[in-house]
Structure formats: structure tokens, C-alpha cells
Design a protein around this ligand. Sequence first.
Ligand code: B12
Ligand code: SF4
Length: 478
Amino acid sequence: MNKKKAQVIFTSIPFTDTTRPLMAPGALKSIAIKNGYSSVALDLNAKYLNIITNHPQSNLVLEFFKNGVLDPAVAKFVENLLDKITDEILEFDPQVVGLSVFTYDCRISAHYISWLLKRKKPNIKVLCGGSGLYENFSGKSIIDPSLIENSVIDLCIRGDGEKPLEDFLQKNCNAEQIKQKVYPQLSNEELNNLPIPDYEDYDFSFYPRFEIPIQGSRGCVRNCTFCDVHVHWKKFTWKSGEKIFNEMLEFYTKHQYKSFHFTDSLVNGNMLEYRKMVNLLSEFNKTHADDPITWTSEFIIKPKNQFTEEDWKLTKLSGCYRIVTGIESLSEKARFHMGKKFTNEDIEFAIQMCKKYDMPILFLMIVGYITETEQDIIDAQKWWKEHVDYKDIIRVNVGTPLGILKNTPLSENFHSLGLDWTGDNDQDWKNENSDPATRVRWYETISKTLTDLGFVEYHPHDNHFIIERIQGAYNELV
Ligand code: B12
Ligand code: SF4
């Protein structure tokens, strides 16, 4: 039994497939502390992740977390798991519990955990927040409304959580008033004044990667046709290069955290602040060569006159050890249709720089964008064969066949783009170029090419789940 008591607990909940800590509980704990509450931040998703994925029938367990379908074969396991999570939270004897619903895959556990919390401790307040409260991020909430009507969940906070949380904790507004209020996106100034997250209660033994989450910006400078980030964050907002560096320095000196991962959609959105940050980090690392700060992030490829060789060099010297980037398609035509705005020549320059400065680069790919044809898949195979010399530096997430999310430009212009639905899931669409079965075949073709050539591929659990679903649904066609 844990002896520690805390008035407010924040925790992540299953299911998110990640090897690194999730940021929100730590970020919100520091807001509660700033407002005078005792608080604890837990990453319970991390604690139970391996137990879930190592279950002999893990696909059935995932079916529960993703779709709420509980197969009798795994019912006892799932019930015990949810019970343990709830008990672990209640050991701290909190008055308020904040559940972080990171994506739509956490919403089913949010339903059950809230219900169990209220059953075991009826006067507890349960708050939910996070991107998973939105249908595909920006649409209407898909948390069961009856849970809110019956006060099983007292409040669902959508968008930036800091201000509504403060209003709730300071009792400036009651839950009803907070629900009615429209909270604007945090400004650059407000982002720059946020307290640094507090991860002291996280159990770091759960993570294969000791990388501390850090945030330099919110939103994005692009407006890609398949993405809905811009629907939620109308503006791209950022912290200054100095603020980011100072956060890293504080983590480094106070907690000896030396390795960071940015949660930004792209770390190099604002080149002025990016250059300040990498310059400060490079200077720091020069004098701490035995114990440098290191980092990894999502990144956007830019033309070489905008992101020069000097920028690549400073990126390396600043401690960057892995770049993750949405290449999405090797067809330039498809990328320009998406709004990605970089050429194949820009990719060429980026990978040359990554090789020269020894920085692995993870390509995030989508299979079967709406303009892609059989010829693009043949061209992509050719591209990979011609770049086999880069297999020590390029890692590949082959991605899933393109899903069309609500509120994206693709979904808004669905019919005028010549698209038709073939089923209920985001991947179930067709046009004159492809249908779900074709795209699964393309996925397998590209994946085989990469395996044969010896590239390191990365297949998250979600990819398997989605591919298997499409294969099942379109079995006779695949
Ligand atoms: C980094 C990231 C990942 C990383 C996470 C690594 C890690 N360990 O941190 C990885 C690669 C694992 C990942 C995976 C996926 N991700 Co992701 N990811 C992100 C990203 C870019 C940043 C998230 C983040 O950490 N932000 C910083 C923290 C502080 O923000 P936050 O969690 O949102 O918390 C804030 C608020 O939401 C709120 N809040 C959060 N919790 C709570 C709780 C309470 C009580 C309160 C009051 C407030 C509150 O306050 C916080 C501070 O403002 C976001 C996009 C984005 N820019 O946000 C997508 C995003 C969260 N991911 C998304 C998706 C879809 C996925 C995947 C499902 C994709 C896929 N199909 O594979 C997978 C998960 C698969 C699975 N089930 O395992 C979607 C979620 C959409 C949705 N409606 O659910 C997002 C929004 C991107 C998008 N538009 O598509 N992701
Ligand atoms: S660059 Fe990435 S985050 Fe930004 S709009 Fe495009 S896909 Fe979305």
C-alpha cells in the first residue's frame, strides 16, 4: 500500500503503444502544484503496456481498448487490469483524478476507469482531457454522454488543458461554466511562462527509452490535406529558443535528465527560434562533451536554401540523434497535392546531410495517397533500390494505407475529389486509382522490397491491427 497522499492525481491510461514517457500527466501536475495542491503524476499506460502486448491473445485485448468489444476469452484479464489501475490511483486518496485520454484508443479505458473510480469512491471528482476526447482529434466528443450526464465524469476538458484546469482547481468557475466557456489557444507568451513538467513520480524502469518529453511548439506551419492538426490549433505557437534550452538545462541540472524527445508536430517550424536553440545547445555540449544533452524530434524537410548545411551541422552538434519526418510518399506529385512542399531533391539533400553528420532519420510513410497509382509504387520500389546505400541511416515506418480523417481537407472535399466510401473505417475509401485491397497489396509490396533490401522497418502495433482488419474485411479481394 502506497503511503503517499495527494489531492490531485493525473495519469495516462491504456492504450498507447510507446516506448517513452507521455507528457500530459507531468505537465498538468506542475499546474496543480503551482495552484497550491499536492499532486502526483503517473504514467500507468507505461506500467501496463507490456502486460497488454505480451498477452497471448493481445489482439483480443486490443479489440477491447480500441472498440470496446470484450471477448470472454480475455474478460477476466481486462477486468483485473482495470481494477488494478483504479486501486493504484485510489491508494493516493485523491479528491480529484485527471485521466489523460491521449488518443481515441484510450477512450474505452477512460469510460471504465471513471466508472470504477466513482463506484469505489463516490465523492471523487473525475476530469478527462486529451486529444482522444475528440472524434479524430477535432470532431465532436465521443465520450459516452451518459457518463457526463450522470456525473461519472465530472468534466471533459478539450484542447489546451492548463487554463481550464486552473479555473477548476481555483474554483473560479464550476464544471458547468467551464463546459460553456471557449478557451482560446495559449499564446506564445503563455507558453513561455508555463512551469516545466514534473516527472518525479514516473517509474523510469518501464521505458526502453529514457527520453524526457519536452514541448517547443503547438500546431503546425503546414496544412496537409490528410491531417487535422490545424483544425485544433488554428495558429502555430512556440516557445523561444532560450526557453526550450533553459527547460532542458533545468531538467539536466536538477534531475540529471539528459535525453529529450520533442512532442512538437515539427521542431523546426520557426527557424529563428530553432537556430537559437541549436546554437545554445551546441555551445553547452562543447563544454559537456562527456555528458551532453541529446534530443530527438519530428521535423519537416525544407529546401536547402532554408535549412542549410550549417543548420544540419548545428542540429548534430546540438545533440540531435534521430530525426523523425513525414515523407509520406516518394511521389513528388502526391506530396505537392498533400501540401508538403518539398521536392525529391530536398529529400536527397536531407539524407545526404543525415549520412554526413551521422543522424538516423525515420521516414513516416503513408501507402496509397489519393493520387498514387501502380506506377508510383513501381517508382517507390526503384527509389528504395537506388538508395540502398542509405540503409544504415534511413529507418522506415511503412505506415498504414491512407485513412481519411474527419475535418481534414480530404474529408471536407471528399466527393469533389472523386472519393467514395467502401465501409465504415477511415481506410475504407476508393477512387479511380485504388481501393482498400489494392492499398494493402501495395503495403505488402513496399514492405517486402524494404525487407529484401535490408532497411530497418518499424511496424507499430496499430499498423498490424489496421492491416489485419482490412485484410479481414476485404478478404476475398486481397
Ligand atoms: C508525440 C505524439 C505521439 C507519440 C507519443 C510518444 C510519447 N511517448 O510521448 C506516438 C508516436 C507514440 C504517438 C502515437 C499515436 N498517435 Co500521436 N501524437 C503525438 C503528438 C504529436 C504530440 C502529443 C503530445 O505529447 N503532446 C504534448 C502533451 C502535453 O499534450 P496532450 O497530451 O495533448 O495534453 C494536453 C491537452 O490535451 C490537455 N490534457 C491532456 N490530458 C489531460 C487530462 C486532464 C485531466 C486535463 C484537464 C487536460 C488534459 O492538457 C495538456 C496540456 O495542454 C500529437 C499531436 C499533437 N501535436 O498534440 C499526436 C496525436 C495525439 N496522436 C494521434 C494519434 C491518432 C496517434 C496514433 C493512434 C496514430 C496511429 N494510428 O498509429 C498512435 C497511437 C497508437 C496507439 N494506440 O498506440 C492523434 C490523436 C487523435 C485522436 N482523436 O485520438 C494526435 C492528436 C495527432 C493527430 N492529429 O492525428 N503519438
Ligand atoms: S506537417 Fe505534419 S503535423 Fe503539419 S499539417 Fe502536415 S502532417 Fe500535419
